[in-house]
Design a protein around this ligand. Sequence first.
Ligand SMILES: Cc1cc2nc3c(=O)[nH]c(=O)nc-3n(C[C@H](O)[C@H](O)[C@H](O)COP(=O)(O)OP(=O)(O)OC[C@H]3O[C@@H](n4cnc5c(N)ncnc54)[C@H](O)[C@@H]3O)c2cc1C
Length: 375
Amino acid sequence: MISYWENKNLLNFDVLVIGSGICGLSTACSIKEKNKNLKVAIVERGILPSGASTKNAGFACIGNPTEDLADLALMGEKALIELVHKRYQGLQILRNRLGDENINYEATGSHEIIFHNQEFDESKIELLNQLLFPIFNTSVFEKMPSHHSYFGFDKNKVQSIYKNILDGQIDTGLMMDCYVTYANRLGIRIFTGTSVETFEDLGNSVEINLKSEVHSIKMKAKKLAICTNAFSKKLLPDLDLQPGRGQVLITNEIEGLQLNGTYSFDEGYYYFRNVGKRVLFGGGRNLDFKTEESLEFELNPTIQNQLISHLKEWIIPQHDFTIERQWTGIMAFGGNKTPFIKQLSNNVVAGVRMNGMGVALSGKIGEELAEMLLN
Ligand SMILES: Cc1cc2nc3c(=O)[nH]c(=O)nc-3n(C[C@H](O)[C@H](O)[C@H](O)COP(=O)(O)OP(=O)(O)OC[C@H]3O[C@@H](n4cnc5c(N)ncnc54)[C@H](O)[C@@H]3O)c2cc1C
């Protein structure tokens, strides 16, 4: 039962955004930055954002060689260059909006590890550098000198390391906390603990049906942005989208840890970094693709054990460590690596399917969605 007051002030907006992950926050903030007079609200089903944005590894990255080469084969040169450029632009938006010191941004570079037993054509690095040169005016990927200690990795396993000089890392928790504070400061309302069940474009307005333990109500807006990433099939059942769960763990603090920055291997399927003196390690979806096509936040023991084995065998073989926490987050993938950004009807847009580098991408996608909605 809705009161007169609720109906008058609390349930009607200029723009509604579904999903308070980094993409939803970015979209809402871009709209408010462009027009501060608009009444904007975000609706989130979780108490916290409940997908990928508070679960990820905090790589502020635009690409790594083997993943870029796989994407090049899949998507072609133009689409790859566009995607890498959007990640870069998105990162600049994120950093400028929130401030490097507030998100603990560190320009550490990212490192892709190549193994002795891996098939890898070194000449392809030059091809990638040439493709990306017109955007960045520099060679993005550098081979690290072979006399380098390689951060203490077992040299019987690691053959070489390529550094992406433009990448860095952030503190994911700080970034999301800071984003919510920033959005609140702009006057954006965030409703949590309520799931959007359906939406309808009524021609001159949009209506969403919300459900929580207490409420089953409707909200109205002139415009709607759907930023529900892996969970989008509920609202957009025909979308080409598969969820992809990511397994993550973090160790205790390790004295004398040599890691500094972000590292990946196997086309980006595995990724690790230092968080102070701890090692955060995630990935391994390719060990068990089918099970990991899931929307459930559950640990996969096979993958988690594989992550621990990698740590013990060659990443930090010289250190004793314990696992302090394990968790999962859910990403969204499609037939290729491009996100799904579309005007669905007169008043409804969607920006979903953010893949594995959505921290970078979201700033740009939010800006594009805002432009689509406001024009
Ligand atoms: C383990 C892991 C590691 C990752 N590491 C990195 C990394 O290091 N660097 C990087 O760039 N990217 C990384 N990513 C990817 C990145 O985190 C995502 O691409 C990005 O967070 C996607 O943001 P989003 O806002 O689109 O989605 P989400 O963060 O999933 O947000 C969608 C939100 O919508 C809400 N929602 C869904 N349906 C409804 C509904 N019906 N009603 C109301 N609310 C709803 C959800 O609860 C959720 O909060 C990683 C992802 C994972 C899982």
